[in-house]
Ligand binder design. Structure first.
Ligand SMILES: CC(C)(COP(=O)(O)OP(=O)(O)OC[C@H]1O[C@@H](n2cnc3c(N)ncnc32)[C@H](O)[C@@H]1OP(=O)(O)O)[C@@H](O)C(=O)NCCC(=O)NCCS
Length: 187
């Protein structure tokens, strides 16, 4: 992978294509093709760029000698009441199992720090996601029905406040000023 950095307005089309490809797996699992990540519009995502920290993982196109990269993963988070709400973790299906999702999760945690806790959710039958989050230090806190097909399992990770975000800053490509916490000095 070439790097993880902030999403730009020009990335929205690629992000939506990637997100729809990734969440199709979840849609098939639950036979529910109206999951919010699948129905999100361009306008919704542009709005999210203003309210959320949105990260993308970029990779150079195979055999490409130009600096063009394509987006292979994304995740976003919004901080409220000392909690980072992490969502829409998505990786291009052909690249699953290569560590991109785990790295995106690690970086979004670090760029939203310092917070008291992280929260995210996944479908009740998404065993691999649940395992991945539990191995990343999350524990299940509640289950909320979303529809007659899907219940959402919420997981949280309470943070040791002494752990800083510094390591992640080194991993980021792109302007730190796009990160709300970098901009308002809460580092
Ligand atoms: C969830 C998702 C983002 C994970 O991305 P990924 O790049 O494939 O994940 P990684 O390669 O970083 O692997 C993460 C963990 O899953 C494990 N894993 C990877 N491939 C696996 C596979 N085929 N089967 C079982 N476990 C697997 C890894 O061992 C890793 O565990 P670890 O962190 O304890 O080492 C990706 O599968 C995806 O886009 N899914 C569809 C959308 C979705 O469900 N998003 C999450 C909603 S909450």
């Amino acid at each position: 992978m070439s790097g993880i950095g902030p999403a730009r307005a020009g990335d929205v089309d690629q992000i939506l294509i990637l997100q729809r490809a990734a969440y199709r797996i979840e849609a098939e699992r639950y036979d529910d093709f109206e999951l919010p990540p699948l129905t999100e519009s361009r306008a919704d995502l542009l709005a999210a760029l203003r309210t959320h920290t949105v990260l993308v993982a970029r990779r150079a196109r195979a055999g490409d000698t130009t600096p063009a990269h394509h987006i292979v993963g994304t995740v976003r988070a919004r901080v409220a009441d000392e909690t980072a709400h992490i969502a829409r973790l998505s990786v291009l299906p052909s690249l699953h199992g290569q560590g991109i999702g785990r790295r995106l999760l690690d970086v979004i945690e670090r760029v939203t720090a310092p917070v008291r806790r992280y929260e995210l959710c996944t479908g009740h039958r998404s065993e691999r996601n649940l395992r991945m989050y539990e191995r990343a230090g999350y524990r299940r806190v509640r289950v909320e029905p979303q529809s007659d097909r899907v219940s959402l399992v919420y997981l949280e990770k309470v943070v040791d406040a002494s752990v800083g975000p510094h390591r992640a800053r080194h991993e980021l490509t792109g302007s730190a000023s796009r990160f709300p916490h970098a901009a308002d000095g809460r580092q």
